[in-house]
Design a protein. Structure first.
Length: 191
């Protein structure tokens, strides 16, 4: 049975997207080879951590949050993507996974996307040579393939990439459900 959403990359953008998608009831899996640049970062400007947080701590907390929200996490590498009928097929360590939609949160290296026929363009951030070409909602030129975060051209700052992952996830959820999605809870009234 295909996933509703496969997310390739488990950094801040991917984990944030997984939290939103899983909470919305989409069968969601993150495929991550744990080589992202956030693993090498010390973060002093991430909201909610006034004393700073290491990149590895942030990535691990993102994974925990995504899994508690219902997302699956697969420690593996995606070699390629292809659209077959109305599904996206991901080659993952010699096997195939299918999904209705795929979200690429590949960080600074979109080469797998380019090798799979997904359009890329020159990057605008320092040290980011190429990014995936997306429309305003995060769609790529390949049907059912989306991109977010640094891979899609936003700032490398983790708070920005996490927000972009959530933004594109909300767009995917809204497209799948046929109505704009919102995920807000309200505190109970004091007694």
């Amino acid at each position: 049975m295909p996933y509703d959403l496969l997310i390739v990359g488990g950094g801040p953008a991917g984990a944030s997207a997984a939290i939103f998608a899983a909470r919305a009831g989409l069968s969601t899996a993150v495929i991550d080879e744990d080589k992202g640049m956030t693993r090498r970062a010390m973060l002093w400007n991430h909201l909610g951590f006034p004393d700073g947080i290491t990149g590895p701590e942030l990535v691990d907390l993102g994974r925990q949050h995504a899994e508690r929200s219902g997302a699956s996490w697969i420690d593996a590498k995606v070699a390629s993507l292809a659209v077959r009928d109305d599904l996206v097929v991901a080659e993952v360590d010699g096997s195939q996974l299918e999904a209705h939609d795929v979200l690429l949160t590949l960080g600074a290296n979109p080469s797998m996307a380019a090798d799979s026929g997904i359009a890329t363009e020159d990057g605008t951030e320092a040290h980011i040579n190429r990014t995936i070409t997306v429309d305003g909602d995060g769609r790529t030129n390949v049907p059912h393939v989306w991109a977010a975060g640094t891979a899609a051209g936003v700032s490398v700052h983790t708070i920005v990439t996490a927000g972009d992952g959530a933004r594109v996830a909300v767009n995917i959820i809204s497209a799948r459900k046929g109505a704009r999605w919102a995920d807000h809870d309200v505190l109970p009234k004091p007694t």
